[in-house]
Design a protein around this ligand. Structure first.
Ligand SMILES: [Zn+2]
Length: 439
C-alpha cells in the first residue's frame, strides 16, 4: 500500500462515516457542558472508543479521555485532540437553560473530527502501515472561564491550572507524545468554507482585581465613604492611558469586566470586583505589560484612598505552530479544500488557546477552519458549512497524520531531529508558577 493509496482509502472511510460524525457532533452540541464538568461528553467519547475497540484511560484533567491506536512500529506518537467544553452564551438558541452553556466555539466539531480520524484509521486497518502510535485525546476545559469555580477546585486540590491541556501537561499526559494536532472552527464569508494554516495567537495572564473602599449613604454622607467603583473606573482609565505605549508587534489586549459593582444604589460601593486578561504575543511581553497594567490599576485605588488587591494567575501561552507540519497540512488542504480556500499566511489572531501551551513543548498544528457565521462565543454563532467542518477537515488531519507516520515515521523523525522546544516541560511548569502573584 503506497502512502497515496492509504490516504485515499482513509478519505473514503471518512466519507462513509460522515453522517455518523455529524450526528455525534450534534449530540454533543445538544448537551453543552462547561470546563472541568464535561462528564456527559466524556462518557460519550468513552462509548465511541468502546465501539471502536480503542483502549483508553480517563481522569486526565478530571474529565479527559486518552485513547491509543498502536502502529506497526511504535517509534513515535502523535496526538489528535478534541476539546470537550463549551462556553457560556445565554442568548444562543441552543443554550442550556440552567447553566447558559452553549457550543458557540464549536468544540463539539473537534471531538467529532477526532473520532472521525479514529474511525477511518480503524476502518481501513491503516495502523499496520504507520511507524508510530496515534493518541486520541479528548481534553477538558479550553475556555478560561468561571474563574471563581476553578479557584475552588484548586483550593480542593482537584486541579492546578485553569486550562485542561495545562493540567494534563502537569499530570504527565503529554510525556509520551511527540507532536499534536487539532482543528478549530472559525467564522468565514467563504460560502464553501476555508482553512487558515499556521496562525499565531496571543497568550495571556488571568487577573482578579478587588477594590475595597468604605460604605456610606450615597446621598446623605458620601464624604464618609470611599468609593470602590470610582477607584475601579480610575484604574481602567489608567490602563487606557497606557494604551499608546502598547507596541503593535505585541498585540496587547486588556478587556476587563466588572463582576461585582456595588449592592445598592444609595450606598457608596465598598467592594468592586473585576476580571480581566492581559494578552500579548510573547511570554516576555505578557509579563512586561502585566506589570504596567497592575501599576495603573493600583493608581486608581490610590487616587481615592481605596485599596486594591490584584491576583495574577497563569493564563495560556502564545501559539507558535510547527512550519514543517504546517507545510504538510497546506499540501493536503490544497488538495481537499482547493488552493483558493487555503490561507497559509493568515493574520495574527489576538485571541488565545491552551494549544499555545502545547506549542511551547512540542511541534503542533492548529488550523482554523472557516465554517461558521457569526462570531465565536456569540449568540449568532452558526455552523453553516458542515461538510467543511466535519469531512474536509477530518480528511486533512488524517492525511497529515499519515504523512508524518507512514512507514517508519521518517517525516516526523526528520521534524523532531531539528526541533528544540521553546520550553522543556520543567521550564514550562516553572514559568507558569512565576506568573502567580498577589499584590
Ligand atoms: Zn474554542
Amino acid at each position: 500500500m503506497t502512502k497515496e493509496e492509504l490516504k485515499k482509502q482513509v478519505c473514503e472511510a471518512i466519507d462513509k462515516r460522515y453522517e455518523e460524525m455529524v450526528a455525534f457532533g450534534e449530540s454533543v452540541f445538544a448537551e453543552p457542558e462547561l470546563g472541568y464538568k464535561e462528564t456527559k461528553t466524556s462518557a460519550k467519547i468513552q462509548k465511541e472508543f468502546d465501539k471502536l475497540g480503542i483502549p483508553y484511560t480517563t481522569g486526565w484533567g478530571l474529565t479527559g479521555v486518552k485513547g491509543r491506536l498502536t502502529g506497526a512500529a511504535s517509534k513515535r506518537t502523535i496526538a489528535v485532540m478534541g476539546e470537550l467544553d463549551s462556553v457560556v452564551c445565554r442568548r444562543h438558541p441552543s443554550a442550556d437553560p440552567v447553566t447558559g452553556a452553549a457550543h458557540c466555539c464549536g468544540h463539539n466539531v473537534q471531538v467529532s473530527d477526532m473520532l472521525g480520524v479514529a474511525m477511518a484509521l480503524k476502518d481501513t486497518n491503516a495502523m499496520q502501515y504507520l511507524g508510530g502510535d496515534v493518541v486520541f485525546f479528548a481534553v477538558p476545559s479550553e475556555e478560561c472561564i468561571e474563574i471563581e469555580y476553578r479557584e475552588q477546585l484548586m483550593e480542593k486540590g482537584k486541579i492546578h491550572f485553569f486550562g485542561g491541556k495545562q493540567e494534563i501537561i502537569r499530570q504527565g499526559g503529554f510525556d509520551d507524545i511527540d507532536a499534536a494536532m487539532q482543528m478549530h472552527v472559525n467564522p468565514t464569508d467563504d460560502p464553501e468554507g476555508d482553512i487558515r494554516i499556521n496562525a499565531r495567537c496571543n497568550g495571556f495572564i488571568t487577573k482578579l482585581i478587588d477594590y475595597h473602599g468604605h460604605a456610606a449613604h450615597a446621598a446623605a454622607a458620601p464624604h464618609e465613604g470611599v468609593n470602590a467603583l470610582n477607584a475601579c473606573m480610575l484604574g481602567v482609565m489608567g490602563v487606557n492611558a497606557l494604551r499608546e505605549t502598547f507596541q503593535e508587534k505585541d498585540h496587547v489586549r486588556f478587556h476587563p469586566i466588572i463582576t461585582s459593582g456595588g449592592d445598592l444604589v444609595n450606598v457608596v460601593p465598598d467592594f468592586v470586583r473585576m476580571e480581566s486578561y492581559v494578552r500579548a504575543a510573547s511570554a516576555d511581553a505578557m509579563k512586561h505589560y502585566n506589570e504596567a497594567v497592575d501599576r495603573a490599576l493600583k493608581a486608581g485605588a490610590d487616587a481615592v484612598g481605596a485599596t486594591c488587591e490584584i491576583k495574577n494567575m497563569p493564563g495560556y501561552l502564545p501559539m507558535f505552530q510547527n512550519q514543517a507540519m504546517c507545510d504538510l497540512l497546506e499540501a493536503n488542504s490544497n488538495e481537499i479544500f482547493g488552493k483558493e480556500h487555503v490561507d497559509a499566511q493568515p493574520p495574527f489572531d489576538s485571541g488565545s488557546t491552551d494549544m499555545g501551551d502545547i506549542s511551547y513543548i512540542m511541534p503542533c498544528i492548529h488550523p482554523y477552519v472557516g465554517s461558521v457565521h457569526g462570531a465565536l462565543h456569540s449568540a449568532e454563532f452558526d455552523l453553516f458549512q458542515k461538510e467543511t467542518a466535519y469531512a474536509k477537515t477530518t480528511k486533512v488531519l488524517a492525511m497529515t497524520l499519515i504523512d508524518l507516520l507512514y512507514a517508519d515515521a521518517a517525516s516526523l523523525e526528520g521534524i523532531l531531529k531539528g526541533y528544540t522546544p521553546l520550553m522543556t516541560k520543567d521550564e514550562y511548569l516553572k514559568f507558569m508558577e512565576s506568573l502567580r502573584s498577589t499584590k
